[in-house]
Design a protein around this ligand. Structure first.
Ligand SMILES: [Zn+2]
Ligand SMILES: [Zn+2]
Length: 258
C-alpha cells in the first residue's frame, strides 16, 4: 500500500494545500478528501482522466470537498468514461451534486461518466478493499476511516477532522498508519494578533489528546496533519518533542510505503 500526501494543510493555510491523500493498493487508487486548493496537486501527480478510481469524503467542509467540481470537470474535459466512486457520509450524493451544480450549472447531467455514490454507515466491501467508518466529534458529521487492502493486508486509518471517540480509537487499533487531525497542541491556537483562541477538543483533536490515542490504539506509525497554520510554524520543535513516539508531520509530496 502506497500513501502519498498531496496536501496536509488546514482550511486557511497560505503555505499548505488542503488535506488530500492518495491511497494506492491492490491495483486501485482512491483519493482521501479533496479541499478547495487540492486539485492542482492531483493533476501534478497525473493528468490522466481515469487515474483515480474514487474518493473518500470524510465530511462536508470546504477544505475537504470543494475541490470536487474542478476534479470532475477536468475529468469530463479530458474524456473520462469509466465510473467514479464516491464514498462518504449519508447525504453525500445530495451535497456533492448540489456543490457541482453551484460550481458549473448543468454539470451533473452532462457528465460522460457515472458517479457511483456509496453512502457509508458501517462497512463497505469494494472488491479487494474493505472500508469501515465510525462517526467522530466535529462541528458537522465526520467519518473516521479504516481501510484494509493488499496482500499481505495493510491498514490505513484516517480521522478526517475532529476528536476521536472510544469507538474510533478501537477502529484505529494496530493500524500500519494512522493519519490524524492535530489542529492544536492543547486546545488553543493563536490568531494573527497573537491572541489565544480556545478551540477545545470537541471539534478538533489536540496533540495532547493524540498522546492518549497513541497509547490506546497503538498504531505502527502516526502522521499529524491539518495542523493549525500558526502552530505548524513550530514543526521542528513539535517533532523533537514527540521523537520518542516516532510521530511524523508530513509535507506535501511525501510518500509512505506500508
Ligand atoms: Zn478541515
Ligand atoms: Zn472540518
Amino acid at each position: 500500500m502506497k500513501i502519498t500526501f498531496l496536501g496536509v494543510g488546514e482550511g486557511f493555510d497560505e503555505d499548505n494545500t488542503n488535506t488530500c491523500i492518495l491511497v494506492e493498493a491492490a491495483g486501485r487508487r482512491m483519493l482521501v478528501d479533496c479541499g478547495a486548493t487540492a486539485p492542482p496537486s492531483v493533476w501534478h501527480k497525473s493528468q490522466r482522466p481515469d487515474y483515480l478510481d474514487g474518493i473518500f469524503i470524510s465530511h462536508f467542509h470546504a477544505d475537504h470537498i470543494f475541490g470536487l467540481p474542478a476534479l470532475m470537470k477536468r475529468m469530463e474535459e479530458d474524456g473520462r468514461t469509466r465510473p467514479f466512486y464516491l464514498f462518504g457520509p449519508v447525504g453525500s450524493q445530495r451535497n456533492v451534486e448540489r456543490l457541482m451544480e453551484v460550481a458549473y450549472q448543468g454539470m451533473v447531467a452532462k457528465l460522460p461518466f457515472t458517479l457511483r455514490f456509496r453512502e457509508l454507515q458501517r462497512s463497505h466491501r469494494w472488491d479487494d478493499w474493505n472500508l469501515r467508518v465510525v462517526n467522530t466529534r466535529h462541528s458537522v458529521q465526520n467519518l473516521g476511516l479504516r481501510l484494509e487492502a493488499g496482500s499481505p493486508t495493510k491498514v490505513f486509518c484516517y480521522s478526517g477532522d475532529g476528536m476521536f471517540t472510544p469507538t474510533a480509537s478501537k477502529l484505529y487499533t494496530n493500524a500500519d498508519l494512522l493519519v490524524h487531525d492535530a489542529y492544536t497542541m492543547d486546545g488553543t491556537v493563536k490568531n494573527f494578533k497573537k491572541e489565544v483562541i480556545t478551540i477545545g477538543t470537541k471539534t478538533h483533536c489536540s496533540m495532547q489528546q493524540l498522546e492518549r490515542l497513541d497509547d490506546m490504539a497503538r498504531p505502527k506509525k502516526m502522521a499529524l496533519i491539518h495542523v493549525n497554520r500558526n502552530l505548524r510554524k513550530n514543526r521542528n520543535e513539535i517533532l523533537k518533542k514527540y521523537k520518542q513516539r516516532r510521530w511524523i508531520m508530513p509535507e506535501s509530496g511525501d510518500v509512505i510505503n506500508l
